[in-house]
Design a binder for this molecule. Structure first.
Ligand SMILES: [Zn+2]
Ligand SMILES: [Zn+2]
Length: 300
């Protein structure tokens, strides 16, 4: 009989006075059940992805939830196995998501203090409908790295100019989005974790009506698939690189070579470069074309 494997993804914002003790405990849990994965712990919470044989993952989740701080933690199950991770990595960092603003974040037993109002997918639709009746527009604000939105996003979403999550603070402080401060704004990201922090940073900077997509695009897609306000593919941080909610998903990405439709990111042909750009199957074969502008200008 073939063993069934699964991955769990989870996060919790909660005060952890002794992150190092949590690190040792989590590491021992993974080792005990032969699991692999990546866990980041800070004084403000935990963020993990863990995979392995299903009964072992269940035992791990049960043991983790025994800590009162993690009792109510939302756990997302998905396809995958321990093989998806190179090893066990359990680390203590300043932040569980790197905004470069550890001093700004405030958490208590209920999570992030002063964040945007959480909306379930159906509540998001209600908000959009209600605002529409009063002649207002709800602005979607992408909380991911800008390139991710090239293949999928909420319709008409604002995509901030960020290469990494670290760029958000400067982007918000630039004044570019100040016109939204008195308007309804919904932040969204893949699984919800980035919006917990991003929405709080926005509230702190004077945005008056901030909401966040609870459970992120993943939960929204489970509920509405391609029949709602989402368009395109979802970028994912594993070998697949993108996923679709149904076979009706639009391909909104454009090949940098021929502008044909594609949702496939390719690495720059310089092996030391991490730039990802969109290519169709044919153009991807062209090594020169796949060299990104940064690397080509070095060659010249
Ligand atoms: Zn092409
Ligand atoms: Zn490059």
């Amino acid at each position: 009989m073939v063993a069934i494997h699964r991955i769990v993804l989870y996060y919790a914002f909660t005060p952890l006075p002794d992150p190092e003790a949590i690190r040792l405990w989590q590491r021992s849990l993974l080792e005990r059940w032969g699991l692999r994965g990546r866990i980041i712990i800070s004084k403000d919470g935990i963020n993990g992805t863990v995979g392995g044989e299903i009964s072992a993952v269940k035992a791990y989740v049960k043991a983790t939830r025994e800590l009162p701080a993690f009792k109510k933690m939302d756990i997302k199950w998905s396809e995958g196995s321990a093989e998806d991770f190179p090893r066990i990595s359990v680390k203590v960092r300043d932040e569980i998501v790197t905004f470069g603003a550890p001093g700004e974040l405030e958490v208590d037993e209920n999570g992030v203090v002063g964040g945007g109002t959480h909306l379930r997918p159906e509540e998001l639709h209600e908000l959009v409908d209600t605002k529409k009746k009063s002649g207002e527009k709800v602005h979607f604000f992408d909380g991911r790295n800008a390139f991710e939105a090239q293949i999928g996003k909420f319709k008409d979403a604002i995509v901030p100019d960020v290469d990494t999550t670290r760029d958000f603070v400067a982007e918000l402080d630039s004044g570019k989005y100040d016109h939204l401060k008195d308007q309804p704004v919904v932040t969204y990201c893949t699984g919800g974790i980035r919006c917990e922090v991003l929405s709080a940073l926005m509230v702190k900077r004077g945005f008056q009506e901030v909401y966040q997509m609870q459970g992120g695009i993943v939960r929204y897609g489970e509920k509405y698939g391609d029949e709602g306000l989402w368009e395109g593919s979802l970028y994912v941080f594993d070998k697949r690189m993108h996923t679709e909610f149904s076979d009706k998903a639009e391909t909104i990405g454009k090949c940098v070579g021929c502008e044909g439709p594609t949702n496939k990111f390719e690495n720059c042909s310089n092996p030391t470069c991490r730039n990802l750009r969109l290519f169709c199957e044919d153009c991807a074969k062209d090594e020169t074309l796949r060299r990104c502008p940064d690397c080509s200008s070095i060659d010249a």
